[in-house]
Write a protein that binds this ligand. Sequence first.
Ligand SMILES: [Zn+2]
Ligand SMILES: [Zn+2]
Ligand SMILES: [Zn+2]
Length: 110
Amino acid sequence: MTLVHGTQVHGVDVDTETRCSHYDTERDVIAIRFPCCDEFYPCYRCHDAVADHPREAWPEIKRAAEAVLCGVCGAELMIAEYLACNSQCPECDAGFNPGCAEHYELYFEG
Ligand SMILES: [Zn+2]
Ligand SMILES: [Zn+2]
Ligand SMILES: [Zn+2]
């Protein structure tokens, strides 16, 4: 477990801006709160590596849940804000990895 701006983030080799052993480029700076356990992980592979239960994705009706943590400024973004942010933190303008959009469905249904 690593503290990121005071928020606990679980996973494998998590750094203080939420990079992990699976995604560790300069722009890999978000963590996702998973609805199955209410815990933040940098990626689905971290969840699968350390959680003791099957992973769940957020249902479409939960777009107002604050489920995305910016590792640069510590802001907790609503899912709707994150999906609309065009890979840039609305709070601090940090760039997020645009490649994450290729597997949104692992985190967010709909
Ligand atoms: Zn979980
Ligand atoms: Zn990971
Ligand atoms: Zn930010």
